[in-house]
Design a protein around this ligand. Sequence first.
Ligand code: ADP
Length: 973
Amino acid sequence: MNKEELNRQTILLEASVKASQILISNHNFYDAVNEVIEIIGNSIPNKRVFVYEFHKDLSGNNDLASLRFEKLNGEKAKRIFDSSHQNIPLSFLPHNIIDSLLKGNTVSLEEYLLIPIFVEGSKWGYLGIESFEKEEEWSISDKNALNSIASSLGQYINRHYQSLELIMAKELAEESEIYANSLFEQSPLCIHIFNTSGIIERVNKSSEHIFSIPNDKIISKFNILTNRKSIEQGWNRFFKEALQTENEVFKNLTFDPSAFGYNGERKVLSAIAFPIRFKGKIKKIAIMYQDITQNIRNELLLKIQRNLAYSILSCRNFSEFYSAFSKEIDTIIPDNNLYVAFYNESSDDFYLGGINASSKDLEIQRWPAKKSMTGYVLSEEKTIFVKKDEIERLNSKGVIEIIGSMAQVWLGVPFKSESGISGAIVVQSYTNPKAITDSDIEIIELIANEIKIFLDKKSAEESTIKLTKAVTESPAIVVITDSKGRIEYVNPKFVTTTGYTMEDVLGANPRILKSGETPNYVYKNLWETILGGNEWRGELKNKKKNGEYYWEDISISPIIGDDGKITHYIAVKEDISDRKMLITQLIEARDRAQESDRLKTAFLQNISHEIRTPMNGIMGFIELLRDPSISPQEHDSYLDIIEKSSHRMLKIINDLIDISKIEAGIIQLKFSEVFIFQLLNDVVYFFKPEAEKKGLKIELDCDEQCKNLTIISDQEKIYASLTNLIKNSIKYSNEGEIKVKAKVTDKFVEFSVSDNGIGIPEEKIGKIFDRFTQVESNSISRAEGAGLGLSIVKAYVDILGGTIQVFSQLGKGSKFIFTIPLVRDAVGTNEKILEYSDSVNNNNLFLENKHFNPSKILVAEDEETNALYIKTVLKTSNYELIFAHDGLEAVEIFKKNKDIKIVLMDLRMPHMDGFEATRKIREIDKNVVIIAQTAFAFTEDKITVLENGFNDYIPKPIRKDELTAIIRKHLSN
Ligand code: ADP
């Protein structure tokens, strides 16, 4: 080693020693490294000294190298921040150099000497020297000295990093403490830190706000585990739970500052408690509180609203509703004093609508509205929320007068229902001025509104009930349909009237009631009216479920909804069938009255003539008979005329009676078996003499079927009909033949009477069945008669269910045909059928071959002439007649003459009438034949007569042949 080399080695060694001293003593990393580079640079002149650091790019994937420190020749060493030698990817550098460096080897090139720097055994960077002299020979000592410096640098960097970490950790700890402290203090949540014995050690600012207790009165003074209040309210349990748990414990707690002797609102707090651990051991317990009073209140409000909405529907009366909402109020305002007062306008006072349990001592049930707090609320028409001092002020101003004890706090809210019920709901406290808070106002106002809704609903319900009652109990029929005309409702009257049940008609269309007898234009008009939004009124004939028709007086109105559209139709109807019938009956009665008026006129015009004619005959000829100079022939012919006139008169009177019975509608049918052939035989036989007298032949033509035919019908009516027709044929015929025929058709017996008489003019044919109708003809003299016969016949045939027709040709003859239903068996045959012998029934056929015995006959008759008549009629017969002048005498005579066969009993007699006498005689003898003589020409009277013990009756005036026939008949039995 030459001197120069030795010198350089010494310098370098010195530099390395100096560098290590610098690095030990200098605490500033950058200054220290700069100084070391400066020393190196000064030790070896004309050289560039530099330090590169390996590092990663931002992505952390690529290795880079950046120049950190440099000393150029003749310049001072300096830190490099920004140069082209920054962030050079290692891949850009010759990799054999980089590989050697990374392996920890010194790289010695012609102009460079590069020495790796390791920190804690990991590559950090490299120290490099650049020589400006060509072909520099780097000596071992150079390398050793520089290696030593690089190793010192590595150690220094390591130390530096370690102290850096420490500083950072300390800073971080300080920072987080600041954060934690400010979070703790500034948190809107109230935080209490307890030691594990339950004493509060630290509280934040929010605590005072939430608990209304100053922080210094809490810290160290409050033991959550032993405090009576916290035990009562379960806070200590909550705390214990937090002590035992791994995680947080949640709970909602109520806090009332007054319980701890502080003024402040009662709060509902949501609390979360959790343990704070240090090295695994619980050191503290933290409880964080949040004021959820408002949330709870909002929830409660919602719940109350929901509950009250339900109560409004379910409560039947106010007192039920009252207890529902008073319960709700109790959940929010404990120890409240609640009442509801209703205002009575007429007496200007209040009465209690409900009080809660704690107000039970409120004994006043009624109090005047004037000068009362409740009255003040009502007059102000708004919520009044006052404390004691305000109440006193109102009192001193004379607005109110304090009665009884004064409330500390008073809240009253008015209400007024739509139906006019007004009042107020009041909640107050006598003891705690903080018992009611501003936030309670909202709740009480809500309840006041619910009371109003409840009252409205009740009054709506009441009116609905009234309406429903009115509809269900209405005597009118009510039908409600939807807009499509489908039935939605019918009231009970509908059901009873139509016979349709609710189920039958729901959803159906009211057209089910259509009778089919209403013209379509009526319905058209109906629909046009109601579709136009108007009411339709009218009468419709409708049909019940059983097919029966009925009349309705109807009013149909559309119900229009809010949107102006028709939603329903309502029909209110009245069954006017009875009224209609009454009207019909009235019309009929009126027609009948008019008809009888016509009858009266006709009677006067026609009948009077018909009566007067025979009367004149009778009276005139009786007068003539008095003349003693008349010859016996004249005498006979006069009597003849008188007799004929009397018959004519009787006929007219009988016809009149019959027609008036028909008119009066009191014709009664007596059904019995009718032996057709016998009936025809009788009638023909009867008229034979009369017909022959006029030179007319009368013949009966009965078909074989008819000969054995018995039908069920009214024999008398058929007989009378045939008599009338035959009589007319005789009357209106001057020659030819009268044929009486009968044949059986499908369902009828057809009778006909034909003649070769004068006939009936065509234009009159339609009228001959009308009453008092006579065909007047000039060609022949007007025949006698009242024009009643054919109308009687027609009426009889009609009521027997048959028909009558006439065929006639003027001058040639007439034929009358009538039918009678062929009823072979009828239900009515059991009816008591009366047999009697009247004028037309004087059937000689029956009387032939009869055997007569002289018998005792008692005649009870007060009229001397009648008695004389009977005596004269019967004098030729071989009877023993005994006469009684009244009923009493008759009974007496009968007692003495028990062999009396027949009693002819007049009904109207002095002392004892015929009915009474008959009863008495029947007591003596049940079998004796008693025949009533009655002036009632009504055949129906037979019933009365026969029910009173008579066997038969004979109508007055008594005709000779009738009398003989009836006596013979009964004697022959
Ligand atoms: P009257 O008592 O007048 O006979 P009726 O009612 O029996 O009343 O008859 C009405 C009218 O019909 C008679 O007046 C007569 O003109 C006519 N008439 C009835 N029967 C006959 C008949 N067989 N031949 C012709 N005319 C008749």
